[in-house]
Design a protein around this ligand. Structure first.
Ligand code: MG
Ligand code: ZN
Length: 362
């Protein structure tokens, strides 16, 4: 990443000299900058999961701040009910594909993803996840493989990608691989610092950052994951802010889905509230800095979750599940910032890709 200071001297100083006769200080500071995009994906977060934040949180949910709201149909190319591979490929590449695919269309051809397209026009990019960073959802933003199960190969593709920042679990796929290679030296060669202590260090735009904080998925909130997701999101935003370039950051609350598969309401609500706090970090940043689009959505619903009455008693809720798999209920899309009104309405999941590029690729 290039530091902000460089562009200051390249643009503002010459501008100030050239225009000092006719323009005042305010005019000199008008520079068109492409908007930042923070895409927050609550894996498996349907409307009932999102609603749980309104009944189980101690404060008003950050979700409540959004005014621009839409719905997406998440069906894959071949099935009414999608998996996370096809679901995230739709967002990242703009195509509906087959279940399990990562960044490929139904003919298994590689389709350019948002990280490739946006880094090609000067964006810095990052992914953060509470699963392994090589899991289906984050993988679709930088990799292209036939099956989401190919996490060793996905890790190799992460090293070769344009990603500047990643955080999550999955060290096994980098240093405990079937081919016995260690990918850490390759990452360091590309300018990455690995597992920096974010409590004691301020982010430096001269480096890239990689955090692999668990062998596979991160711990659950019930097993004391703590503030990983909001804190690393905050650190990523501080990192990107030091660059003159705009950024695209994908943040995934992966385990809302895993709790749904487990039909475990306590686990689900803990993951959901953690995700909502992370949405708050993104919204606070966007409000403070401006020129930042925040989008919150899900790839699909998991568990057929609902907030049912407890034995017919309408004064208390007893969460219930209809399946241990995914469902195809329409998924809410919440947007804030420049271009947020484009996310209203009811449309297809792969339209998200074009709506993001409509704003950023000018
Ligand atoms: Mg996922
Ligand atoms: Zn799932």
């Amino acid at each position: 990443m290039k530091k902000l200071i460089h562009i200051y001297f390249m643009i503002f100083v010459p501008l100030a000299i050239l225009s000092s006769c006719t323009l005042n200080n305010q005019d000199e500071e008008v520079v068109e900058v492409q908007p930042n995009v923070i895409l927050l994906i609550g894996d498996g977060m349907g409307l009932s999961q999102l609603s749980a934040a309104f009944y189980y949180g101690n404060t008003e949910p950050y979700f409540a701040r959004f005014k621009e709201i839409g719905f997406i149909n998440t069906s894959s190319a071949k099935h009414k009910i999608t998996d996370s591979g096809a679901g995230a490929t739709a967002f990242a590449c703009g195509v509906k594909t087959y279940s399990g695919a990562v960044g490929l269309n139904t003919d298994s051809l590689e389709i350019p993803n948002l990280v490739e397209v946006l880094s090609g026009i000067g964006y810095n990019t990052g992914v953060i996840s509470t699963s392994s960073v090589t899991h289906a959802t984050p993988a679709c933003f930088y990799a292209h493989v036939k099956s989401r199960a190919m996490q060793d190969e996905i890790a190799s593709q992460l090293v070769d990608s344009e990603i500047d920042f990643f955080a999550g679990g999955g060290s096994n796929y980098f240093i405990n691989r079937k081919d016995s290679t260690n990918l850490y030296p390759k990452l360091e060669k590309k300018g990455f610092l690995i597992n920096t202590d974010i409590e004691s260090v301020k982010p430096d735009a001269d480096y890239k950052y990689g955090f692999l904080l668990a062998k596979d998925g991160m711990p659950t909130m019930l097993a004391n994951r703590g503030d990983f997701l909001p804190n690393y999101t905050q650190f990523a935003l501080e990192y990107f802010t030091q660059s003159e370039e705009s950024f695209f950051l994908m943040v995934e609350g992966s385990q809302i889905d895993w709790a749904g598969h487990d039909n475990n309401a306590e686990y689900l609500i803990a993951e959901l509230l953690d995700f909502d706090r992370t949405v708050g970090v993104a919204l606070d940043y966007a409000k403070l800095k401006g020129n930042t689009l925040v989008i919150v959505l899900a790839d699909h619903e998991t568990g057929g979750f609902t907030l049912a009455p407890n034995d017919g008693d309408y004064s208390t809720i007893k969460p219930a599940f209809a399946t241990t798999g995914h469902s195809t209920t329409l998924i809410p899309v919440l947007a804030y910032g420049p271009g947020a009104n484009n996310f209203k309405g009811i449309y297809q999941n792969n339209d998200i890709y074009n709506k993001i590029l409509d704003l950023t690729k000018k």
